[in-house]
Ligand binder design. Structure first.
Ligand code: NDP
Length: 446
């Protein structure tokens, strides 16, 4: 297979979609050797079929704001692949949402879901609606209008959305409620639901905790203890907050967090009290990190800056958004002695930054492996919904730890370069790809 040809063709046919091209290029460059060993892939157009989503829905979402004005946004759902299970992937509400971003996320999701060992295909959806500054009622009306368009394409065995940036338990609740009304059925058609109506314990924690479990597995390969290590985190949303929470529990020092306004730096590590203040501010009060120094003057706030060049760290866990850590950030991290990067966000490191990390042979885990705990626990929520059962937090956490250890083992199996280095990008891409490719081969040309 000539990956360059497939990529050139995609660039020509789908121009102006840089994030989608970036994600495809990364996967294709990892799987080239595997594909060369299987010439039938080329004959069957398998790689091209795997890169192009099964289908895409695009629609207008009109809703009424609190002043009685009609507002319109775009809504999308990219159903990328259901080769190994129903379409599965989150919904993102953010002003930056466009088809390129959703196509990259749905593509990545397909391989991530394959890595979890659970039966889930890949999808992603969202809207350029920004929840920031909107009232609760406006958010409810928007969620209802969004699902009014999309509900026919969803279903527990068809396509199961969840949360992502700008979509948490409240938004999932409103969307699921409207879905249930339209479909007239109570099933696991969404995950990330409230506990009282089918949600799984530990789902809110799962992505951040899962990333910490993956990190622990990586550190163990080099005999490194997490205790006392300085960890820089970006983001202050669902993933970042639960990453920080688990790190504090494990005895690590959280030296930074950030939001879209800027970064908070804690040179000596956040105290439990400072972290809890930030958690509440960002999770429940709609606050900004710029407000933090009013309460804790010892914490520094850097407006408009990402954390990577602001503080020395041993470990970086980017957990905000795509392409938030570039090559110069990677250089600064490496110069400061950073020896591990475990990605909570999807594709947070630019290709240049990824090359730097791999060339430096540090422990570098791409998001599709390290943040897979979120969707894995969504898979566990689907299993509980099918059985009409609820597992305890301890049961779910134990399964999550087992899944993250399995994903790590697969990355090592396919990504080991030599005795002292594992290329986790290669490992994750090959392991995720083989399962989906085999399923597609067995199911014929669809
Ligand atoms: P949230 O909306 O809960 O939090 C996002 C955080 O990132 C907020 O602090 C936000 O700042 C910040 N942020 C968002 N966009 C930007 C930007 N363009 N520049 C700087 N900061 C930004 O989202 P999640 O925590 O759920 O998601 C974070 C990442 O993790 C995403 O890449 C998502 O795809 C990925 N992910 C999430 C999973 C989940 O289970 N939620 C599962 C797997 C991956 P502000 O508060 O100012 O808006």
């Amino acid at each position: 297979m000539k990956t360059e040809e497939v990529l050139a063709d995609l660039r020509l046919r789908f121009p102006n979609e840089p994030e989608y091209h970036q994600a495809v290029e990364e996967v294709l460059s990892s799987i080239e050797d595997v594909c060369n060993e299987r010439p039938e892939y080329e004959r069957l157009g398998l790689i091209e079929r795997l890169c192009i989503p099964d289908r895409i829905f695009a629609f207008r979402v009109s809703w009424i704001d609190d002043k009685g004005r009609v507002r319109s946004n775009m809504g999308y759902r990219v159903q990328h692949s259901n080769a190994i299970g129903p379409y599965k992937g989150g919904i993102r509400f953010h002003a930056s949402v466009n088809l390129s971003i959703l196509k990259f996320l749905a593509f990545e999701q397909t391989f991530k879901n394959s890595l979890t060992t659970l039966a889930m295909g890949g999808a992603k959806g969202g809207s350029d609606f920004s929840p920031r500054g909107k009232s609760n009622m406006e958010i409810m009306r928007f969620c209802q209008a969004f699902v009014a368009e999309l509900w026919r394409q969803l279903g527990a065995d068809t396509d199961v959305p969840a949360g992502d940036i700008g979509v948490g338990a409240r938004e999932v609740g409103y969307m699921y409620g409207y879905y249930k009304k339209m479909a007239r059925e109570f099933t696991g058609a969404f995950t990330g639901k409230g506990i009282s109506f089918g949600g799984s314990l530990m789902r809110p924690e799962a992505t951040g905790y899962g990333n910490c479990y993956f990190l622990l597995n990586m550190l163990a390969t080099r005999g490194i203890d997490i205790k006392g290590k300085r960890v820089a985190i970006s983001g202050a949303g669902n993933v970042a907050n639960y990453t920080a929470k688990k790190l504090l529990e494990l005895g690590a020092k959280v030296v930074s967090m950030s939001d879209s306004g800027g970064s908070i730096i804690a040179p000596e590590g956040l105290t439990q009290e400072q972290f809890e203040y930030i958690f509440d501010l960002k999770t429940y009060e709609g606050g900004r990190l710029s407000e933090v120094p009013e309460r804790y003057p010892e914490l520094q706030y850097h407006s408009g800056q990402r954390p990577w060049k602001l503080v020395q760290c041993d470990i970086a866990m980017p957990s905000a958004t795509q392409n938030e850590l570039d090559e110069s950030d990677a250089e600064a991290l490496l110069a400061g002695g950073c020896f591990a990067v475990s990605e909570g966000a999807n594709m947070p490191s630019t290709p240049g930054a990824v090359h730097r990390f791999i060339d430096a042979r540090i422990l570098y885990a791409p998001g599709k492996a390290a943040n897979a705990g979120g969707v894995a626990t969504s898979g566990l929520e689907m299993a509980q919904n099918s059985q009409k059962l609820s597992w305890t937090a301890e049961e779910v956490d134990a399964k999550l730890q087992g899944i993250m250890a399995d994903i790590h083992a697969k990355c090592v199996q396919y990504g080991r370069v030599d005795d002292s280095f594992v290329n986790y990008v290669r490992g994750a891409n090959i392991a995720g790809f083989i399962k989906v490719a085999d399923a597609m081969m067995a199911q014929g040309v669809l």
